[in-house]
Design a protein around this ligand. Structure first.
Ligand SMILES: Cc1ncc(COP(=O)(O)O)c(C=O)c1O
Length: 399
C-alpha cells in the first residue's frame, strides 16, 4: 500500500498524441518510411528573428533564472500583441509566461479549481484538458458538439451547469476538430458565465490559424463584460512554429495571473531564459510576415487535404475552418476487416494503419470522439499527398 502510486497518477492516461508521435519517430529511426500526421507541430523552422534573438541571448549570457512570471520585456510584448490584434488593454502584470501553454493551463487550473469543482468541456476536446482537470481533483462535465457542427450548443451548455460549475474550457480554433466558434456562440457562453458566475478558461493557441472566410472571434471583443472572469491561454508553439522552445502564456485578471505565477514558481521556477528572449524576438520581429506566410501555406495544405479526402469513400468529416487538423469519421468502416485484422474501434484502425502503411494518425477516442481519427496536416504538400495516398489505399483494402 505504502509503495503504491497515487490515485491521480494511477488514473492518468498518457498523452495519446505524444505516444503516437513517439512511436512514429521510433519507427522512422528504424528506417521505416513513416509519414506522421499525428503531432500538432508546424514543420516550419522558427522565425529568423526568434533564432537570432535566442543566439544573442546565449552570447550575452542571459542564461540565469528569470522572474518566475517571465521577463518584463516579453510580458510587455505580449500585452502589446493583445492590444494590436484585439484592442484589449492588459498591462505586463496581467501576463504570466511559462514553459508552454500546456503547463500554464495546468497552473491556471490549479489556481482556480478545488476538489469537487466541475469544469464544462465541449467535446471533441484536446487530450490534456480532462487529465489536467482530474489532476486538480476537479471533475469534467463533457458537452458533446460533434452533432452540432463541432460548435457547442448554448442550450446544452446551460443544461450542464450545476452549482459546482467553476469554469468552462473553451478552445477555438479547436483541436481536434478545427472548428472556429463565431460571435453568437461566444456571446451565449459569456452570458451564461455571467448569469451562473463561473470562470472562462479560453485556450486560443490557434487564433492566428484561420482560413477562407472564417474569422477568429476573441470572446472579450464581443463580450467585454466577462473580462474579469476570463483567463486567456496562448503561446508561441503553433502560430510561430516554436514548439520546441516551450513558451506559452496566460493573460487575464491580475488576481489569477499572480496565482498562476506563484504556482509556477514552485514547479518550473521560470520558462527557459533563452527561449523567452527568442519569443520576444519573434513577437518583435516576425509578427505579421512569418505568421502570415505559414498561415497561407497551411491554408493551401488544407485545400489539398480536402481534395484528397473528398475522393475517399466511406469516410466523412466536417470541414474545419482553423488550426491544422481534420477529424475524420470512420464509423462506416469499423467492424469490417483489413487483412486479418477486425477494425473494432478507432485505436485498432490507427495502429493497423501505422503498422501496414506507415501512416501515423491519432485515434479520435483520445479526444472523446470515438470512431474517428485526427489528421494533423502541418506537413509538406508532398508528405500530405503520399500519406493520404496510402490512407486511401488502406481504406480501399477494407472488406
Ligand atoms: C489546444 C491546445 N492547447 C494547448 C496546447 C499546448 O501547446 P504548448 O504547450 O506547446 O504551448 C496544444 C498543443 O498541442 C493544443 O493543441
Amino acid at each position: 500500500m505504502s509503495l503504491s502510486l497515487s490515485q491521480k497518477a494511477a488514473n492518468l492516461k498518457p498523452s495519446a498524441t505524444l505516444a503516437v508521435g513517439a512511436l512514429a519517430k521510433e519507427m522512422k529511426r528504424e528506417g521505416k518510411p513513416v509519414i506522421a500526421f499525428s503531432q500538432g507541430e508546424p514543420d516550419f523552422v522558427s522565425p529568423k528573428s526568434a533564432l537570432d534573438a535566442g543566439i544573442e541571448a546565449i552570447n550575452k549570457g542571459y542564461t540565469h533564472y528569470t522572474a518566475s512570471n517571465g521577463i518584463a520585456e516579453l510580458r510587455e510584448a505580449i500585452s502589446a500583441y493583445y492590444k494590436k490584434h484585439f484592442n484589449l488593454d492588459y498591462s505586463a502584470n496581467d501576463v504570466v509566461v511559462g514553459a508552454g501553454a500546456k503547463p500554464v493551463l495546468y497552473a491556471a487550473m490549479a489556481a482556480i479549481l478545488d476538489p469537487g469543482d466541475e469544469v464544462i468541456v465541449p467535446t471533441p476536446a484536446w487530450v490534456s484538458y480532462v487529465e489536467q482537470i482530474r489532476l486538480c481533483g476537479a471533475r469534467e462535465v463533457l458537452v458533446e458538439c460533434s452533432d452540432t457542427g463541432n460548435v457547442p450548443s448554448i442550450e446544452r451548455i446551460k443544461a450542464a451547469i450545476t452549482p459546482k460549475t467553476k469554469c468552462i474550457l473553451l478552445n477555438s480554433p479547436n483541436n481536434p476538430t478545427g472548428a472556429v466558434y463565431g460571435p453568437e456562440t461566444m456571446k451565449g457562453i459569456a452570458k451564461l458565465a455571467l448569469e451562473h458566475d463561473f470562470i472562462i478558461l479560453n485556450d486560443e493557441i490557434y487564433e492566428r490559424l484561420v482560413y477562407g472566410n472564417a474569422k477568429f472571434c476573441e470572446i472579450l471583443t464581443v463580450c467585454p463584460e466577462v473580462k474579469d472572469r476570463t483567463i486567456n491561454i496562448n503561446g508561441m508553439s503553433k502560430a510561430f512554429a516554436m514548439t520546441g522552445w516551450r513558451i506559452g502564456y496566460a493573460i487575464g485578471p491580475a488576481k489569477y495571473i499572480k496565482a498562476i505565477g506563484s504556482i509556477q514558481g514552485h514547479l518550473t521556477s521560470n520558462a527557459c531564459s533563452i527561449a523567452q528572449y527568442a519569443a520576444l524576438g519573434a513577437l518583435r520581429g516576425s509578427d505579421d510576415t512569418d505568421v502570415e506566410t505559414m498561415r497561407v501555406a497551411f491554408g493551401k495544405r488544407r485545400d489539398l487535404v480536402f481534395s484528397i479526402l473528398d475522393a475517399i469513400p466511406d469516410i466523412t468529416y466536417i470541414k474545419p475552418d482553423g488550426a491544422f487538423y481534420v477529424l475524420i469519421d470512420l464509423k462506416k468502416l469499423l467492424g469490417k476487416k483489413h487483412g486479418d485484422v477486425v477494425l473494432t474501434d478507432d485505436a485498432t484502425f490507427c495502429s493497423d494503419l501505422l503498422k501496414t502503411k506507415y501512416v501515423a494518425v491519432t485515434p479520435g477516442s483520445a479526444f472523446f470522439a470515438n470512431g474517428t481519427l485526427r489528421i494533423a496536416y502541418a506537413n509538406s504538400e508532398d508528405e500530405i499527398r503520399e500519406g493520404l495516398r496510402r490512407f486511401a489505399e488502406y481504406v480501399s483494402e477494407i472488406k
